[in-house]
Design a protein around this ligand. Structure first.
Ligand SMILES: C[S@@+](CC[C@H](N)C(=O)[O-])C[C@H]1O[C@@H](n2cnc3c(N)ncnc32)[C@H](O)[C@@H]1O
Length: 346
């Protein structure tokens, strides 16, 4: 064989090999692309649940939210489609099919509707809207989040309804109350119930909730040295009382209408949707300058949002407090989403 022939043969061999390699890489990629599961988010708020799922590699396909201010924050921070309307008006044919359906649904609906009464209740029970989406889209996985009290509400009947309705649709369910301070390295005392459901029994068997995580971050790590003048209480009619009752600068207090409560465990108390209005539940601190409330940015940090998450200055602070208080602790969602991914083996 001439040198040229040998060279040509080598080149052919190399091309065949490299073609095979490209094929196998692209097969792998295709497999990977195929394995990226999609998420649809109900009651999306500012998208804390969607963010947690996105962070572990799921693809968010769409979300739904009724509140126009929450939708502003949502759209600044997320690129996927947001249906801004009442869920009752959103038809399942309008949205793409998804693999995972998520929702941190408001639980007030259950305070007016009794066991299954929501079906006939004119005011509509939003939980039953979730069921409509489940019936029509048949997602592989369900992820629901709610206040811890969902379990005990109406002597446990509400929770029983939730579980029965989901199980009767073929889902195998896991649920657990997790405290953000124990699972997310975020110093906020926030207990929430998380319900994870799988259609596939084997995947359900593979799933376990995340293990607790050591808390290394302190309140101080998440606070700014100072804030704008309007966050300080020196002009408040309660200033003298606050000055007297607030003595520790290394914890967070909470204004409870007529008195302040100190958090003894050196955690941020549960942030609530109403903390920006009416003076109730406002988290207070003593900084180097004086007594002030936490800023919306600081509250967002106590929900595990990093500072790249945009809080628009076009929105009133009261709207931002409400959005952040209504939201979730993102790293908790991330930790559960990671476990879901593991169970699905994707
Ligand atoms: C507890 S919050 C969920 C917050 C969200 N998980 C987050 O990370 O920001 C419930 C959300 O449901 C929305 N909501 C309530 N009723 C609704 C409805 N009928 N249709 C669409 N959204 C609704 C509220 O505006 C609120 O933002």
């Amino acid at each position: 064989m001439s040198v040229n022939n040998t060279y040509n043969q080598l080149e052919i061999n190399f091309n065949v090999k490299s073609n095979n390699m490209t094929k196998s890489i692209s097969n792998k990629n295709q497999k990977k692309i195929k394995n990226i599961l999609t998420v649809g988010g109900l009651f999306a708020g500012i998208g804390g649940i969607e963010l947690g799922f996105k962070k572990v590699g799921f693809k968010i396909s769409w979300a739904n939210e009724i509140d126009k201010n929450a939708a502003i924050t949502y759209r600044i921070n997320h690129k996927h489609k947001l249906f801004e309307k009442d869920l009752k008006e959103l038809q399942t044919v309008e949205v793409e099919k998804i693999d995972i359906l998520t929702g941190g649904f408001p639980c007030q609906a259950f305070s007016v509707a009794g066991y299954r009464k929501g079906f006939e209740d004119d005011r509509g029970n939003v939980f039953f809207e979730i069921l409509r989406f489940i019936d029509d889209l048949k997602p592989k996985v369900l992820f629901l989040e709610n206040v811890k009290n969902l379990k005990s509400h109406d002597n446990g009947k509400t929770f029983k309804t939730v579980i029965n309705e989901l199980e009767s649709r073929g889902y195998h369910l896991n649920y657990k109350v997790l405290n953000s301070s124990q699972y997310a390295n975020v110093p906020q005392n926030r207990e929430r119930i998380y319900i994870v459901g799988f259609r596939d029994k084997e995947v359900y068997n593979n799933f376990e909730f995340p293990k607790p995580k050591k808390l290394t971050k302190t309140i101080k790590d998440l606070l700014d040295d100072k804030a704008d003048e309007n966050f300080y209480y020196n002009k408040s009619k309660y200033y003298a009382q606050l000055k007297e009752e607030m003595i520790n600068s290394d914890t967070i207090y909470q204004w409870r209408r007529t008195y302040v409560r100190e958090n003894k465990s050196k955690l941020c108390p549960t942030l609530t949707a109403n903390m920006g209005t009416g003076g109730h539940n406002v988290p207070l601190i003593i900084d180097k300058k004086d007594i002030r409330k936490l800023t919306p940015r600081e509250c967002a940090r106590f929900q595990g949002y990093d500072d790249s998450f945009i809080l628009s200055d076009k929105l009133a602070n009261s709207a931002l407090y409400k959005q952040v208080g209504n939201s979730v602790t993102v790293p908790v969602i991330e930790a559960i989403a990671k476990q879901i991914k593991k169970a699905l083996n994707v």
